[in-house]
Design a protein around this ligand. Structure first.
Ligand code: F6P
Ligand code: MN
Length: 344
């Protein structure tokens, strides 16, 4: 469960310096995480000030997925690119709001590790007009040693290769949640000191839960194992689960994953036949993979329904994937239902 540190004042910078001293995180990666965290605090300000800075409403453009961009999607994307551009070990980036990958122009060092950053600059942006929760999601991959010249192929690594992942949530408070493969730590933005402070060390997702999150309006499009799972949850005490469930849907993946980290739960955006040509709603490389890394590092599980999300070999950076993640026992149950349906 969640522990709130009240006695020590550990900032994200001092936390990362400690990780460097213990040789858990290379110096280059620390510079990159620092730059991403700086970008997130600027995005939080941009979201807060949107109405005053002429940045609310639609940008009257579409992203590569054909979705209408909000002005703040574009602003957040520019903030992230501006903040990380000067980090020397960063060789390239991919974003939900860029049609293709960008190389940074930094020369191949040939020595120290070099990285690629993949991000969704403003997740859940349909929540902006209702003053709802939004966030930023990011994933870091190492550039393969052969990467003297970086191109899209270098980004097509399965999620198990991520060296770092995290998200920022812009809610009642702004938080930055991070994993470098040594558990998951949560930092709350302290506006007095303008720094992220460690408030939620080593988060653990309870393995059992009685709360699920899914967009119920898509029920008729779902695959049968998911329909069965939700049917049984909704049946409550009088159904086969013999217990009542609660449901939440915030329509912002960052907010759903954050809730699951705080108190458990399961989140589903499964494969459906609403758009049969797409594998799902969510994007593999900058949404599903980083969230899966975080959830697994916190003791939860993540799957497509068939295989672990982080084992999916990406074919292009904007590819979609079915997502089922959260408390271990419920995700295992969903996997069992998929196996049983496949065997029938
Ligand atoms: O980025 C995609 C996203 O906005 C997620 O943050 C969220 O979980 C989902 O889409 C919401 O989907 P829907 O519009 O179907 O509720
Ligand atoms: Mn998103």
């Amino acid at each position: 469960m969640t522990h709130i540190a009240t006695t020590e004042h550990i900032t994200l910078s001092s936390f990362l310096a400690g990780a460097a001293r213990e040789e858990r995180v290379p110096a280059g990666l620390i510079a990159l995480i620092d730059a991403v965290a700086d970008a997130c605090s600027s995005i939080a300000t941009a979201v807060e000030r949107g109405a005053f800075d002429g940045a609310s409403g639609n940008a009257h453009s579409e992203n590569v997925h054909g979705e209408a961009q909000k002005k703040l999607d574009v602003v957040s994307n520019d903030i992230m690119i501006g903040a990380v551009g000067s980090v020397r070990c960063l060789r390239g980036l991919a974003s939900e709001e860029l049609d293709s990958v960008q190389v940074t122009g930094h020369e191949h060092s040939g020595g120290a590790a070099e990285y690629l950053l993949l991000f969704d600059p403003l997740d859940g942006s349909s929540n902006l007009e209702i003053n709802g929760v939004v966030g930023s999601i990011f994933s870091v991959l190492a550039t393969p040693a052969s990467g003297a010249v970086v191109d899209e192929r270098h980004f097509l690594q399965p999620g198990v290769k991520q060296v770092c992942a995290g998200y920022a949530i812009y809610g009642a408070t702004t938080m930055f949640v991070l994993t470098t493969g040594h558990g998951v730590d949560g930092f709350t933005f302290d506006s007095e000191s303008a720094s992220f402070v460690l408030t939620h060390p080593q988060l653990q997702i309870p393995e059992d839960t009685r709360e699920f999150a899914i967009n119920m309006s898509n029920e008729r499009y779902w695959e049968e194992p998911v329909r069965r799972y939700v049917r049984e949850c909704v049946a409550g005490e009088s159904g086969p689960r013999q217990t009542n469930f609660n449901m939440r849907w915030i329509a912002s993946m960052v907010a759903e994953v954050h809730r699951i980290l705080m108190r458990g739960g399961v989140f589903l955006y499964p494969r459906d036949n609403k758009h049969p040509q797409l594998a799902g709603r969510l994007r593999l490389t900058y949404e599903a993979n980083p969230m899966s890394f975080i959830v697994e590092q916190a003791g939860g599980m993540s799957t497509t329904g068939q295989i672990p999300i982080m084992e999916v070999q990406p074919e292009h950076v904007h590819q979609r994937v079915p997502v089922i993640l959260g408390s271990k026992l419920e995700v295992e149950r969903l996997l069992r239902y998929h196996d049983e349906a496949a065997a029938a």
